[in-house]
Design a binder for this molecule. Sequence first.
Ligand code: FAD
Length: 392
Amino acid sequence: MACDTDGNIQKSTCLGAMTEVDVVVVGGGPVGLFLGCLLVQRGISCRVIEKRTEPTAHSRSIGIHPPALERLADVGVADELIDRSVVVPEGVAFANSKEIGRLTFESCPPPFRFILAIPQSFTEEVLSKQLSVSDDSALISGAEVRDLNEDDNGVTTETNAGEFQSRFVVGCDGQDSFVRESLSIGFPGGEYDDVFVMGDFTDQTSLGKRAGIYLTDGGVVESFPLPEGIRRWVVKTDEFLSDPQPFQLSKLVLERTGEIIPTETCSMISAFSTSHHLAEKMALGRVLLAGDAAHVVSPIGGQGMNLGWLDAWDAAHVIQDALAAPNRREQLILKYASRRRRAAIRANKRADFNMWMGRSSGSQKLKYACVKTVLNTPLKNYFASRFTMRGL
Ligand SMILES: Cc1cc2nc3c(=O)[nH]c(=O)nc-3n(C[C@H](O)[C@H](O)[C@H](O)COP(=O)(O)OP(=O)(O)OC[C@H]3O[C@@H](n4cnc5c(N)ncnc54)[C@H](O)[C@@H]3O)c2cc1C
């Protein structure tokens, strides 16, 4: 599609024209795509501007928690996500190789009493398809946002594929957000010392659809089932492996847990370091931030993408209300910023706890005993609720 009868661009091919919409979403990662679906389905016109021309091929974020799935259901993608995922009913905790308890998600409120495990590439594909079914001109790929200018009437967004005029802009453009930087919003935070290697392999464990959390004397090992008989392994390492090899991961897993990983079946391996950041403000004027553009949470616990979806849900409601009542705009946006910052602070505290649990310390035996006790009392329901991101 090129230009419509008024000369407005419908795709990035029509250079130099101006498109007017209610909302410009910068970034078509998981958060921007979901926000686009929410807006379009509420009759709010939007463009999701994504600089990549190809969909992501990486399996990076795999965990979808119930509170996010409840919101995803609202745009009609929950069934397909469930069909394409492994439905994880519980996690099994080990002290080294010995099982010490189980954390079942049955105590979660209905209807989603489980966590989904699905590669990020599948998730983005489902969201992107849903967005184009709702409005096939909403996603503009291969367009990079290069400037933002706000005046009394709205925001002008300049891209290499033309200009966009909108009442609101939402920056969903990830950790190195151009939107956040162009507003000079600080992004304080820090690095954890903890580094990890993760890889996907054919699953030969007896865990089936369950996740495995191995608290070990050498550091945590986590494993999650993925579709097509794959299992994701995440292993804490003593130092950052700049060129990780499958045999290094499988050796660590064997030493710490006794599980044998078929090294030759590796379909993905990478190392990652961990950090935490929180934007000083989550909105300024008519521009809101959501997802990693606003906060980075350690991947241990799998909260980042889910937290971003909860931001998107809130942002869509705030924008809908502000469009209906322009005189309440400033107040609504301020409240959004403060609610979502508080949620990110809570998520970061939970991530700190997850990181602490994964470290090996002098008091490992005490840690194992405490976890065993908790998982064998009703207290486990409290941990299931925190682990599944309730209250964020
Ligand atoms: C190893 C690892 C495992 C993880 N596992 C999980 C997990 O299991 N569960 C979970 O919830 N989270 C997980 N996370 C975190 C998760 O990956 C992120 O929180 C999530 O990807 C953030 O989504 P986003 O849409 O905000 O940003 P991104 O995924 O970074 O997407 C931003 C998009 O904006 C585009 N963009 C950037 N700048 C511009 C511009 N100027 N113009 C146009 N487009 C632009 C980019 O191309 C990109 O597509 C994990 C992270 C890591 C590193």
